[in-house]
Design a protein around this ligand. Sequence first.
Ligand SMILES: Cc1cc2nc3c(=O)[nH]c(=O)nc-3n(C[C@H](O)[C@H](O)[C@H](O)COP(=O)(O)O)c2cc1C
Length: 146
Amino acid sequence: MKAAILVESLTGNTWKAAEGVADLLQQERWTITGLSKVKQPDHQSIHEADIVLVGTWVHGAFVFGQAPWNVNGIANLPSMRGKKAAAFCTFALHPGNSLDKLTSSLGDTGAYVIGGLAMSRSKLPEHTEEFASRLLSATDSLPVGA
Ligand SMILES: Cc1cc2nc3c(=O)[nH]c(=O)nc-3n(C[C@H](O)[C@H](O)[C@H](O)COP(=O)(O)O)c2cc1C
């Protein structure tokens, strides 16, 4: 599988998670076509990818009003019709329904969203592994050509 990764990160947690996921997927012989910012996406890496992973961080008042940061930026990404996609976000206390919002925006690009994970910043290594492992299982179980 070829994956492009797009990230929004203020203090580095989401970027670190993205790098961790990239490492784990590469160990499973995936190719990472690029790791870039949602704000400045590497269009070539998206074009080359079978699957696009989009990660951002949770912004809000910690216990209410949570939303994925720059979710609107996803609307400016190129059309992803025909590609698979998965979302992830990092949070401190509670992500609210950030992952649902992220997944829904990702679906609006035309991509076929195969899953996602909200990752606690205090459990980043474990949650990074969990996300990579879910991606491996989800793509294994897809019919050829999906
Ligand atoms: C202004 C601001 C608001 C935040 N609001 C929330 C929140 O509502 N809920 C939450 O669980 N974490 C919240 N966080 C924590 C971040 O989501 C968390 O630290 C995340 O891992 C940051 O990712 P980054 O290091 O990639 O920027 C907030 C952080 C900031 C700076």
